[in-house]
Design a protein around this ligand. Structure first.
Ligand SMILES: Cc1ncc(COP(=O)(O)O)c(C=O)c1O
Length: 463
């Protein structure tokens, strides 16, 4: 088992409590290592000392193998907008199951979900389905390259667009590897990617107009697209400034470069996605997560003249996939979208504001340098009071917080709060003020528990 650094009696007590509450998870994790490397098949859900094995979810609650109950603030990394076991989603999926799962033929649920999304998301005139956000961004980039006849892509430092080769550029570089802040190095996130993949990727700092402008000017004749998350998700829930997205829209139009918004996570920000909130319409948009109502899905869409390259009648771009437009995901997605009304967005976003304020107040009351970033129903805890504007701000805070996020995460699990181990919380629509209070109270207790540890090992975080 991987060792976690300096510990004192409080952190040892947190670990002991976790071991005691989750004996079955520990056994299962050990069984899992028989055939899964490290017992794992999705690294983002692994955490120290072993992940909790869940068995059931109901609304915004989730239950583990040992019978512990948690408020689910993970929501499968933001994708379960309506929580678990939503009655209407369950009904349509069950009905579809009794008719068969997938047919090797089109199914009307595909264009029904497509119609709903095209109606809602300003940039999407035409759309195609795939099975993950990874595929969606890979295909949007391919479309941009085919449309422009150019190869280079601009990607934000810290941007996460899934696990295909191009997307693995500078996802989480160390600050040493990352180099000059104004002109960052391209740092592979994973081994096994041909070096020349990154010859076609230019990395820019998020929210930095001047540095991005210089990069665009330096590569203007070679650029197919700029891909950006309007709110950076994995990098620490960092909203773009409106000025930055407006700048990207204007300059890409002027230079004949396509603008891709990766809204795989941010469709949960507003009825028509973050692009509607920011009032900026990209050329292409990628989606995933919430549009599948809890089933695996991805989609990419945008301007009709670009998307028509995929038409099997006169198109020139290939896009297949055994499970594309899977009827189970489509029928679940239709209901998930129908249930995501403007009112529902307002309610969940207001709860997000309340949670951010509640957590910020706890840090201030207890005297710990902590804060939240985010927007709408997404937020991330950072151990700093400095503003988080880009990847490096987030990384600096992370580097300065040692093992505190690990113990905060475990302590919150012990208090019945399930969130991403990186400190991200995602709300779901069944939540109400009670669940917000539950999280804020748990974070308060965890801060009180961890304050002596912070004093001892991270004194710079005591305020
Ligand atoms: C913004 C963004 N793009 C793409 C992806 C990749 O999606 P998937 O995990 O479905 O491949 C994610 C996943 O977290 C994401 O947050």
């Amino acid at each position: 088992m991987k060792k976690v650094g300096s510990q004192n009696k409080e952190t040892q007590a947190i670990l002991d409590c976790y071991f005691k509450r989750t004996t079955k998870s520990r056994e299962l994790n050990s069984e899992a290592t028989r055939s899964l490397p490290g017992g794992d098949t999705r690294q983002s859900v692994y955490f120290y000392p072993y992940p909790t094995y869940m068995v059931r979810g109901e609304g915004c609650y989730i239950f583990d193998q040992d019978g512990n109950q948690y408020i689910d603030y993970m929501n499968n990394y933001t994708s379960l907008f309506h929580g678990h076991n939503h009655r209407k989603i369950r009904e349509v999926v069950t009905k579809q199951l009794t008719c068969g799962t997938v047919f090797g033929a089109p199914h009307k649920s595909q264009f029904e979900l497509a119609d709903i999304i095209c109606e809602r998301v300003p940039s999407i005139e035409n759309i195609r389905f795939c099975n993950s956000g990874t595929e969606a961004t890979m295909l949007a980039i391919r479309a941009a390259r085919a449309y422009t006849g150019k190869d280079k892509i601009i990607k934000m430092e810290g941007g996460y667009h899934g696990t295909h080769d191009v997307a693995e550029a500078s996802v989480s570089p160390s600050l040493e590897e990352a180099g000059d802040a104004e002109s960052p190095n391209v740092v592979p996130y994973s081994r096994g990617i041909p070096e020349n993949t990154f010859e076609n990727v230019v990395i820019v700092p998020f929210n930095n107009v001047q540095a991005t402008k210089s990069a665009i000017h330096a590569h203007r004749d070679e650029l197919a697209a700029i891909i950006v998350e309007p709110v950076m998700n994995a990098a620490g829930t960092i909203p773009a400034t409106k000025e930055y997205l407006r700048f990207l829209r204007d300059i890409t139009k002027k230079e004949g470069i396509l603008l891709i918004f990766d809204e795989v996570a941010t469709l949960r920000m507003s009825f028509g996605g973050a692009q509607q909130y920011y009032e900026i319409t990209p050329d292409l948009t990628t989606l995933g997560k919430i549009i599948g109502g809890g089933l695996p899905v991805g989609a990419f869409g945008g301007r009709e003249d670009i998307m028509s390259m995929f038409s099997p009648k006169e198109g020139t771009l290939h896009h297949a996939g055994t499970f594309n437009g899977h009827p189970l995901a489509m029928v679940a997605g239709i209901v998930a979208m129908q249930e995501s009304t403007i009112e529902v967005y307002k309610q969940v976003n207001a709860l997000g504001d309340s949670l951010r304020k509640g957590i910020n107040d706890v840090f201030a009351d207890i005297g710990i340098a902590g804060s939240t970033s985010g927007m709408g129903s997404l937020l991330t805890i950072h151990y700093t009071t400095n503003e988080i504007k880009d990847y490096r701000d987030s990384k600096r805070a992370q580097d300065g917080s040692g093992q505190l996020p690990t113990f905060m995460h475990l302590c919150l699990l012990n208090h019945g709060i399930f969130m991403a181990s990186r400190g991200q919380l995602a709300l779901s629509t069944p939540m109400r003020e009670d669940e917000i209070r539950g999280a804020v109270n748990a974070i308060r207790e965890a801060c009180v528990t961890l304050k002596p540890y912070i004093h001892q090992f991270l004194p710079h975080l005591i305020k």
